[in-house]
Every structure is written in structure tokens, then in C-alpha cells.
Design a protein around this ligand. Structure first.
Ligand code: F6P
Length: 325
């Protein structure tokens, strides 16, 4: 028998930026809950729905049919109201009123911080699932949505390359990632970018300027700029123009196109594996843990430590120097 404590009703929600694979994680939670005879409620719009008592029943049968869609069937939000004590107290009322005795929160670091503040006024057990395209959560090989976002970025940059090669143009392509350079590194290296600028590396602009100074429009020149870099794309563009006045340069900001779309196989499997892990962990009496994959193995880790940003490892910094300098 798997259950060590009496959990009869689980509430699950998605919060923060949507990420491809969230629906797969919801499917896995629903399937596992059904298997163990546990009632499952979906809380719509993240912490907003918890405050507003916006709950719907969820079934595995329903979720099985939407797993291939990006976004989240539960909708999501960034909740300012949850930052206040009153907001959190209203959320607690929803938990108590509905007899929810376990929570699964799918989201990024903001979601995890929210769960920690809720846990200071509630002893309701909870498990977190890392869902964000940014890949900025420590304690898991990848976050849900990262792989799909990188693949989308790659498709876009490949398209841009066609134009860049045809016109011998310089393109600055801005990718998402907030303060993390992972999407930048993965998409930039995979597309053969000439330069990649990420927040974790302060010197990369110096290398870029040195390289582009002697560029004479003989080919395409593609620069991938992570949105959290010390300089934004417009600033990078004006720095380039200072050292090379003759180039034909365009800026392309990929923006939210990277967040949507059908989840990759890797994100679907990640959602399924850690969704099942999170649900079983809750039923086994775990709380305050994040369900992730470490070295491709399902792993529970301590929640507080998970919020620390996962920085781009030195291996990738070395690759940057090797391929882009
Ligand atoms: O955290 C995911 C993310 O897409 C970041 O990469 C980006 O900085 C941010 O969300 C954009 O947020 P919003 O959709 O609220 O503008």
C-alpha cells in the first residue's frame, strides 16, 4: 500500500508563464490520482484561482486528449494578490472549504516562492513541479517546456539564417530566458551562431565586437542574444555599429512564439515522469519537495534549495569560447 497519510483530495494548479508539457504533467497527476482512488481538483489560473475558489474536477480521460497542446488547460497567471497576507488567507480558506489535503504546484521560481509563503500559514502538504521554459531551477536536469522552447527557437533561427545567408546580413536574434542564458546557449550553439550573448558571461560582448570589427558582409553573421544579457539587442546593435559602420543589420525578437506550440517528446515524457513522481510522493507523505529528474532519474529534492537559480555550467561557458570566439 503506497499511502502513509490520509490524502483523499489533491488540488493541482499551473502558475507563472505557461510552458509546453504542463498538460502532460497534469495528465500524469490525474492518472496517478485515479489509480489510487484520490479525488483531484484543478485550480484555475494558479494562485488567482486559489484565492477565488475557482476549482474544476479533472479526469485523466479529459487530459489524455490535450497532452499534445502547449499552454495549460488550467490556465495560468502571475498573481499580485497572492503577495498580500489577505490573498494568502483567502487561498487558505479555499483549501479548507474544499477539503484539499495535498497540493501540487507546477511553475517556476515565483510559483515555488508562493508555495513557501503559503506553507508558513498552512500545513497542507505540497509538492512542486518545475515548469518554465527558462530552465532556471536547480535540482532537475531540465524544466518542463525548455526543450520545446529551444526547438521552436532553433526553427526560427534556421529560417532567419536563410535570409541572412541570402543577403549577407547580420542578424541579432533575441531569445527568452529571463535571467538565464540556457535558451540562448542551446539555440545558439545548435544553429551555428557566430556569437552568443548570455547574462552569465560578462565578456561575450568584447569577443563579439572583436570578431565583427573585421566582418565585410561576406556571409551571414548571426548573433543570439539572451533577453537577460547585460546589454539588450538595441544596445548590442549600437555597439556593433560603433566598430563597423558598413554592415546591413536586422534585429529579430522571437518573443512569446517560444512559449507556445506542441510540446516535444522530451517535454511530454518529462511531464509524465515527474507528474507521476509528484503525486506518488504526496501520497507517501512527502511535502515541501520538488519532483525533478537528476541524471535522468526521478528525484525529489528539498524545495528551498530549488529556488536558487541554476546557472549555466562552466562546460557551456567553455563551449561558447570554443565555438564563438
Ligand atoms: O518565465 C518565462 C518567460 O517566458 C521568460 O522567458 C520571459 O522573460 C517572461 O516569461 C515573459 O513573461 P510575460 O509572459 O509575463 O511577459
Amino acid at each position: 500500500m503506497i499511502m502513509k497519510r490520509e490524502i483523499k483530495h489533491i488540488g493541482v494548479f499551473t502558475s507563472g508563464g505557461d510552458a509546453p508539457g504542463m498538460n502532460a504533467a497534469l495528465f500524469a497527476v490525474a492518472k496517478t490520482a485515479e489509480k489510487y482512488g484520490i479525488q483531484l481538483s484543478g485550480i484555475r489560473r494558479g494562485f488567482e484561482g486559489l484565492i477565488d475558489n475557482d476549482l474544476i474536477p479533472l479526469s485523466a480521460n479529459q487530459l489524455q486528449r490535450v497532452m499534445h497542446h502547449g499552454g495549460t488547460i488550467l490556465k495560468t497567471a502571475r498573481s499580485n494578490r497572492f503577495m498580500s497576507v489577505q490573498g494568502r488567507e483567502k487561498a487558505l480558506q479555499t483549501i479548507n472549504k474544499n477539503g484539499i489535503d495535498g497540493l501540487i504546484a507546477i511553475g517556476g521560481d515565483g510559483t515555488f516562492r508562493g508555495m513557501l509563503s503559503l506553507s508558513s500559514i498552512s500545513d497542507t502538504p505540497f509538492i512542486g513541479i518545475p515548469g518554465t521554459i527558462d530552465n532556471d531551477i536547480a535540482g532537475t536536469d531540465y524544466t518542463l517546456g525548455f526543450d520545446s522552447a529551444v526547438n521552436t527557437a532553433i526553427r526560427c533561427i534556421d529560417n532567419i539564417r536563410d535570409t541572412a545567408e541570402s543577403h549577407n546580413r547580420v542578424f541579432l536574434v533575441e531569445v527568452m530566458g529571463r535571467d538565464s542564458g540556457y535558451i540562448g546557449i542551446y539555440s545558439g550553439l545548435s544553429c551555428g551562431a557566430d556569437s552568443i550573448l548570455i547574462p552569465e558571461s560578462a565578456d561575450d560582448i568584447t569577443y563579439l565586437l572583436k570578431k565583427i570589427k573585421n566582418y565585410h558582409s561576406e556571409d551571414a553573421f548571426i548573433v543570439v542574444v539572451a533577453e537577460g544579457d547585460n546589454l539588450d539587442v538595441e544596445q548590442v546593435s549600437s555597439e556593433i555599429r560603433k566598430v563597423n559602420t558598413h554592415i546591413d543589420l536586422r534585429i529579430a525578437k522571437l518573443g512569446h512564439i517560444q512559449r507556445g506550440g506542441s510540446p516535444s517528446a522530451q517535454d511530454r515524457m518529462l511531464g509524465i515522469r515527474i507528474g507521476a513522481l509528484a503525486t506518488k510522493a504526496l501520497l507517501q507523505g512527502e511535502s515541501g519537495k520538488m519532483a525533478g529528474l537528476c541524471n535522468n532519474q526521478p528525484t525529489l529534492s528539498n524545495f528551498e534549495e530549488r529556488i536558487m537559480q541554476s546557472l549555466v555550467e562552466s562546460e557551456f561557458q567553455d563551449l561558447l569560447r570554443l565555438f564563438c570566439d
